[in-house]
Design a protein around this ligand. Sequence first.
Ligand code: ADP
Ligand code: MG
Length: 292
Amino acid sequence: MAKKVKQIAIYGKGGIGKSTTTSNISAALSVMGYKVMQFGCDPKSDSTNTLRGGEYIPTVLDTLRESPRINAHDVIFAGFNGIHCVEAGGPAPGVGCAGRGIITAVQLFKQQKIFEELDLDYVIYDVLGDVVCGGFAVPVREGIAEHVFTVSSADFMAIYAANNLFKGIHKYSNAGGALLGGVIANSINAPYSKEIIDDFVRRTKTQVMEYVPRSVTVTQSELQGKTTIEAAPDSHQAKIYRELARKIDEHEVSRVPAPMEVGELREWAAKWGEQLVAMESGILPPQAVGNL
Ligand code: ADP
Ligand code: MG
């Protein structure tokens, strides 16, 4: 019997570190011996850059625009350690649904039975998720991905985007949609960012998969067009990415999250804000800052 490919989607607001984190997870899983495809679903089309020496690859949508009948292999490019790299691409700026590329690419691969042919263990979708609408909702709504993870820092806008994703997952959960694996906490260095994320996941009934610090090793690797797993495998940061990949590999049961209502979320963030200001101005001792 053919093995089942594990499909994972990684969401998060723009610029939060999705592609960096996803590429390091892909790299770590491939070093563990798995056959991996990384599927960029951001119209920016730079998801797989650090798996390909900083190079951009032609997108599925661009390739289709040139010739409507293509072979799926024309849009799959080999990256670090044999990782299969794909960029769904976006519409011409200002025209059409930005999620169109995902729908088109997924259909193409299904028709041509590419996952089976390549004997993949993992397909990892890197999806822009400020708003879970149209095409961007596809991996969740259609249940294409089995597990969804979200990258978030402790900043309000990142948490707001994560909470919106939870709403989308909640909404489609009765209709065979994907479920939530957990939060990947990124750029966790600032004081109390860990406490804020911990409180958020407790409130929304999910979990933190890993705390990933902000690190210059990531910047240096990126400047070489590489993941940290490739450029600095002995670094502390690479160790954290390997640990995250191991947890994702061992993860089996995802759940329906409990998103906060907008008013509730604002109130929650405002209380954290007040506490942090009080602490910075010395009114509140640091040890008094905690769960609200
Ligand atoms: P996204 O895919 O969510 O838009 P990127 O992965 O492209 O975001 O990251 C945006 C920028 O932040 C990149 O320059 C990346 O190197 C940097 N970055 C992300 N995570 C980290 C980290 N943990 N440490 C240092 N820099 C990071
Ligand atoms: Mg990206």
